[in-house]
Design a protein around this ligand. Structure first.
Ligand SMILES: [Ca+2]
Length: 90
């Protein structure tokens, strides 16, 4: 996590090392979701899907959050992208 400038929190999702696969066959396609409170509602940001990386996904993506409106918790989730609906990893 990098704090940049005044009033902006820049969250950078870099990489992960997963300890299990949720696929029966084939490679995982992990994606990171960040939920953050912005004023009176929760906003959701999702990274791109990391393909062909299986258990060692790499994203190197950032999202900027307005700290003045941030009043609560950041919730990070990871999903495996699937054609018939994404699967929750953790
Ligand atoms: Ca998948």
């Amino acid at each position: 996590m990098i704090i940049e400038g005044v009033g902006r929190l820049v969250l950078t999702v870099v990489e992960a090392k997963l300890t299990r696969s949720t696929e029966y066959w084939g490679k995982m396609d992990p994606q990171v979701e960040i939920n953050y409170p912005d004023a009176k509602r929760t906003k959701t940001w999702r990274s791109k899907v990391s393909t062909d990386t299986h258990l060692t996904p790499v994203w190197n993506e950032s999202v900027a959050v307005d700290v003045k409106r941030l009043a609560g918790y950041l919730v990070l989730k990871m999903w495996d992208s699937d054609y018939f609906g994404d699967e929750f990893i953790g």
